[in-house]
Every structure is written in structure tokens, then in C-alpha cells.
Design a protein around this ligand. Sequence first.
Ligand code: SF4
Length: 224
Amino acid sequence: MIAPGRRRSFQRRVLAWYAINGRDLPWRKTRDPYAILVSEVLSHQTQITRVLPVYERLLGRYPSVQALAQAPLADLKAITDPLGYKIRGGWLHAAALRVADRGGVFPATIEELCRLPGVGRYTAGAVMSFAHHADAPVLDTNVARLLRRHFGVVVSPRARTRQLWDLAAAVIPKGHGYLINQALMDLGALVCRSRAPRCNVCPLRRSCAFRANIRQGSSRPLPN
Ligand code: SF4
């Protein structure tokens, strides 16, 4: 799907950018799948700055999946509900109960993780990549936007989702899924922003279909 030379160039520029600009986030200092799951569920549709204090508070109160499983749901929701999207407290609690039933052993495949309440392909990929350091793609909205723009994906919405997951897998350098996934998430969030992409400082600006389209003054701009 991507020529090997183009893929290597993409990987090299993204990783070089990340080495200098990557965000220092507390869940990047752990490989505990429980902590990773908590961070991903809390981050769902929520700004990182709002997630940080809740993440610290939740893990301070419930440092293990067993501790969370034993917690009254109302106590957990008192921590998570102020973030909005109130269903996430119930998801976390139900997932913790399920993992506690397995003796606290987290599932270690995408398929098993997706059987946990509230866990879809994105969250499962994040746990596989960030906790288990597997080369699993992680396609959040920021990464999807970046890949869509850079590679000029203009197929139908249904085909687009599949194509973006394929692209997210294809750009992973063997054995370095953790790094490239974190890098793409940061590049998408900080540079390839939804409303005001910062193309002038983007390491991918010379190969980006979206930017080339704009520079050529196309009357049919690629989708945002
Ligand atoms: S050049 Fe602009 S549109 Fe393309 S990936 Fe970078 S920030 Fe996004």
C-alpha cells in the first residue's frame, strides 16, 4: 500500500519529531495494562489537561485492578463523572470486575481485550501497544485525521475506516509500535490539528497530500 521508501521516510520524520516534541504524560511511564486502560477510558473525548488530575486521583485511590473491582461504583463515579461522558465509570468498573475474575491477569490479545466492557478496537490496540509493546495499530481521531490528510484518503466513509486502520498498521516499524503510535498521537494532536493544522512546522509537510492540495489551490480540497 505504501512504497517502502516512502514508509521509511514517513517513520523517520515522525520519530525524529517525537524525540524532541513528545508530550510527557504519566501513563507513558508505566507498562501496567490497568493504568493504560484507565488513561485511555478517561481520555475518551476529553482534553488531556482535564484527564491528568482525575487519572492521578483514581490511581491513587485504586492502585490495582483488584482494588477498583472492590470499590463501590458510586465512589468511582464520584471521581470520573466530573469529566463528563458518565458511562465511562461504569465501563471501568465492569472491566475491572471481569479482569479480577481472571485473577487480575489482563487479556493480552486484541480479541480478548475487546470482550471487556467499553473496550473497542482503539482501546484494545492502545493496551496492546502501550502495555504489551505489541506492534498493534492505534487509530484515535487525531491519528486518523493525520493519516487521512497525509496520504490523501478520499474513499467512502466505510472503506475509509478500514483503509485508515490498514495505514495505521502499515506505518509501524517492526518492533517499534509503541514509539510510532505515541508519536502519531502527539503529532496529530499538536500539529495536524482539526481546525488549524500547523503545516509550516510539520515534519511531513513535504510529502503531505492535504498540504499539496492547498498549495496548488485546488477547487476540490481534500476532506478535513
Ligand atoms: S502537513 Fe499539515 S495537513 Fe499534512 S500532516 Fe502535516 S499538519 Fe497535517
